[in-house]
Design a protein around this ligand. Structure first.
Ligand SMILES: *[C@@H]1O[C@H](CO)[C@@H](O)[C@H](O)[C@H]1NC(C)=O
Ligand SMILES: *[C@@H]1O[C@H](CO)[C@@H](O)[C@H](O)[C@H]1NC(C)=O
Ligand SMILES: *[C@@H]1O[C@H](CO)[C@@H](O)[C@H](O)[C@H]1NC(C)=O
Length: 373
């Protein structure tokens, strides 16, 4: 667990808010936002992996509504898209007042899942950023993305939202209190590191919702939070929501899929050269969901259907490994299934086993693949 926390803190600390990427803040009573839609499942004929356009709503420090972007049931967002919009502040009192968008909710209205890598927002002089890693830290469904942020060395994770919970996805939406994810506030990171509950068990701070209506109110800190000069909470006990076990873990985490090959992003392979991507971590996480993944840095392939990882084949490893050129597992029982393909003998399907581990060699094939980094 310690690892999770250190990484999370490192992310907040090392990523300068890349606001150049944000839609230029318009003057007057508007609120702008950008959402990074990760590409963790691929897109190919017969499989529409583009996500539905979510519903986005903003509130000010006191929980006063600012405005909303109405999601589009029929519209679709491509993967690997920086989706930027500006809305007018037509729900403020009085209508059309400038406001700082401290609270946001993002809700999937349709069944095509989107994987959110980052959310930036700005309004009335305030600029905010949040990364998918914060959701991952608290146990949201996740995968990797290939957006590069900060000084160019980090690719944030993305977290899934989906309205119908197909493919084992647990959450329909998320809500956040943006000021609690500020890069310069070292006291805030220390507090999260020392007491994860201040991040993960605080409904107003960050909550992933199994079911949420787009126009719902969002949890608000009332009265507004008081912070120490270093950004930590003046009174953490006012922050932690004791009525809940956790804002995220209230739902059952994703379990191994039943049938090999039947999982979100099946048939798509992502091959990543990024240092920040670990196929081993992806495979060993109970909450990761998405396409099979190769880390070139690690030399490891993750079979997401059953959450098992294998080494890439090399001169020193020629069986029980993943052949990147053929994009298939290599078995080690010559004559039966040298390439991992199940072979029927007397009507029974025989799969080869890895001699080193005794594990069955899975039969994998891909319709599409992409290279990242
Ligand atoms: C905890 O959540 C409940 C229900 O959302 C809310 O009424 C309560 O005020 C919350 N407490 C804190 C400390 O946020
Ligand atoms: C694997 O080998 C079998 C037997 O040689 C062959 O029929 C099959 O097409 C091969 N599969 C792949 C994916 O190369
Ligand atoms: C990011 O991924 C997309 C497809 O998934 C690919 O087209 C693009 O080249 C990738 N970018 C980088 C920097 O790897």
């Amino acid at each position: 667990m310690a690892n999770f926390l250190i990484n999370a803190a490192g992310i907040i600390a090392s990523i300068a808010v890349p606001l150049a990427q944000l839609a230029k803040e318009e003057q007057g009573a508007t609120t702008s936002f950008s959402i990074g839609i990760g590409g963790a499942i691929g897109n190919y004929p017969g499989f529409n992996a583009d996500g539905s356009v979510p519903h986005v709503a903003f509130w000010d420090v006191n929980g006063g509504r600012i405005g909303q972007y109405k999601g589009d049931a029929n519209g679709h967002l491509n993967q690997n898209l920086d989706w930027s919009q500006s809305i007018s502040n037509d729900q403020t009192e009085p209508k059309g007042s400038p406001a700082q968008p401290e609270y946001i909710s993002v809700v999937a209205e349709e069944s095509d899942a989107v994987c959110i890598s980052y959310i930036y927002a700005s309004g009335n002089g305030a600029q905010y950023a949040w990364y998918g890693d914060m959701g991952w830290t608290c146990g949201a469904d996740w995968h990797y993305s290939n957006f590069t942020v900060g000084d160019g060395h980090y690719q944030p994770k993305c977290v899934w939202i989906d309205s119908d919970h197909s493919n084992g996805l647990r959450f329909q939406g998320l809500s956040l209190h943006f000021p609690d994810f500020t890069a310069s506030q070292t006291g805030q990171q220390d507090e999260y590191n020392n007491n994860l509950d201040t991040l993960c068990k605080s409904d107003p701070r960050m909550k992933f919702w199994p079911g949420i209506v787009p126009d719902d109110e969002t949890p608000i800190f009332r009265p507004p939070l008081v912070y120490n000069p270093d950004g930590s909470d003046a009174n953490p006990s006012l922050v932690i929501n004791k009525s809940k076990r956790s804002s995220i873990e209230s739902s059952r985490p994703f379990k191994r899929a039943g049938l090999p090959g039947r999982h979100l992003g099946a048939g798509h392979l992502i091959v990543s050269h990024f240092e920040s991507h670990s196929a081993k971590d992806l495979c060993e996480s109970a909450t990761s969901i998405g396409a099979d993944f190769v880390s070139m840095i690690e030399g490891i392939y993750c079979d997401m259907a059953v959450k098992e990882w294998w080494y890439l084949c090399s001169t020193s490893m020629v069986t029980g490994c993943f052949d990147l050129t053929k994009k298939a597992m290599v078995g080690n029982v010559p004559g039966i299934a040298a390439n991992g393909t199940a072979t029927a003998i007397n009507g029974r399907v025989i799969q080869s086993r890895d001699t080193a581990s005794g594990r069955l060699i899975p039969v994998k094939s891909y319709d599409t693949s992409v290279t990242w980094g």
